[in-house]
Design a protein around this ligand. Structure first.
Ligand code: PLP
Length: 402
């Protein structure tokens, strides 16, 4: 088990992990058993039923707690404040289950389409949540957080327009007016390698582990991490009561992926920076949104909040082509190394068209307000050879905008 103070590049490999006590296995076995034998009624080794306790899931959950910077121990909480769910949206749903019917939520306006759908089309109806979608990328709008606010939900950088939220400012503003409100950050895009919201005063970090954490486009999973024992107790109760748990095989897959998270993020970030610079200088490109470019309106915040001085800003780039749907379509049909597909964060480079694909469920007028138009293209830069990636973008641009 690595020291809590070990650097994150060490914690992604050893964080809260221990060798198997019976065999010395370095990686945990995939424990498929749904139930566990008891010596006498109620007398067991800490495992009763796999929805409630599973050793492979625990290994992933403890790892996530370590890399997101939760300081809880196994004495505080069986999985140190980390929780794994069947998908990112299952994680979000379980976090929303901490709220009561009719509670008021302040939410970043530019969220992943599926997160908006869960709030707007399910939880507003089934739980009566009153969700106020606000552009929290501007600290001027923090007045939307009131004494009645029970949860503040942010994503930073946002998907797809790459806006940032100032996590420390939001935490401070919320504590001042609504000290009990839950502060939640969807950290899917940045990953704990680039940004750790708990360290900025947030209560819960949420992930779609389907993306960078798993990293190989072969598992669907979600994560929540808290550094508070009281919240860990409540999350544990809901995880077991609602039952949206991650299975042992997928827990193993995500844990395996995390071992290379630090080196993957370095490579994603380096290649994305080069591609963003190239796009920024191309005459056929109207605008590029990448937090590592000095032209990003929140570059100073990104440098402070995301990269820790290493110049790493992640693998996601959004850009607007000169032209419209026809130019975008030609670009998307012309790429050869990038694959046209939804999702992000895998080793392979992906490209997608949010207006038609991932964000089609966002109402058209909302999309227009957010700038998600037909010329917008989103890249998830993978870890292939940088020159091959640049060459692919160069020739697809030549085919679409000349
Ligand atoms: C994909 C994604 C989700 C949803 O996660 P699933 O694993 O697909 O359920 C939530 N937030 C962000 C930022 C995402 O990219």
């Amino acid at each position: 088990m690595a020291d809590k103070n070990a650097a994150i590049g060490t914690r992604v490999i050893h964080g809260n992990q221990s060798v198997d006590p019976t065999t010395g296995a370095v990686m945990p076995p995939i424990s498929l058993s749904s139930t566990y034998a008891q010596r006498s009624p109620g007398e067991h080794l800490g495992y009763e039923y796999s929805r409630s306790h599973n050793p492979t899931r625990y290994a992933l959950e403890r790892m996530m707690a370590s890399i997101e910077g939760s300081t809880l121990t196994e004495q505080d909480d069986a999985s140190c404040g980390g929780f794994a769910y069947a998908s990112g949206l299952a994680a979000m749903g379980s976090i929303c289950d901490l709220l009561d019917a009719g509670d008021e939520v302040v939410c970043m306006d530019d969220l992943y389409g599926g997160s908006q759908r869960l709030l707007r089309r399910v939880r507003e109806r089934s739980q009566g949540l009153r969700v106020n979608f606000v552009d929290l990328s501007s600290n001027d709008n923090l007045s939307a957080i009131t004494p009645g606010t029970k949860m503040v939900w942010v994503e930073t950088p946002t998907n797809p327009t790459m806006k940032l939220c100032d996590l420390s400012a939001i935490a401070e503003a919320t504590r001042a007016v609504a000290p009990e409100a839950l502060l939640v950050c969807d950290n899917t895009f940045a990953t704990p390698i680039l940004q750790r919201p708990l360290e900025h005063g947030f209560d819960i970090v949420m992930h779609s582990a389907t993306k960078y954490l798993g990293g190989h486009s072969d598992a669907v999973a979600g994560i929540a991490v808290t550094g508070s024992k009281e919240l860990a107790d409540r999350l544990r109760f809901v995880q077991n009561a609602v039952g949206a748990v991650l299975g042992p095989f997928d827990s193993y897959m995500v844990l395996r992926g995390i071992k290379t998270l630090a080196i993957r993020m370095e490579r994603h970030s380096r290649s994305a920076m080069q591609i963003a610079r190239f796009l920024d200088s191309h005459p056929g490109v109207e605008r590029v949104a990448y937090p590592g470019l000095e032209s990003h309106p929140q570059y100073a915040l990104a440098a402070r909040q995301m990269d820790g001085g290493r110049g790493h800003f992640g693998g996601m780039i959004t850009f607007w082509l000169k032209g419209g749907l026809e130019q975008a379509r030609t670009f998307l049909e012309s790429v050869r190394v990038f694959t046209l597909a939804e999702s992000l964060g895998g080793v392979e480079s992906l490209v997608e068209h949010p207006a038609i694909m991932t964000h089609a469920s966002v109402p058209a007028e909302e999309r227009a307000k957010l700038g998600i138009d037909d010329s917008l293209i989103r890249l998830s830069v993978g870890i292939e050879d940088e020159e091959d990636l640049l060459g692919d973008i160069r020739s697809a641009l030549a085919a679409s905008v000349g």
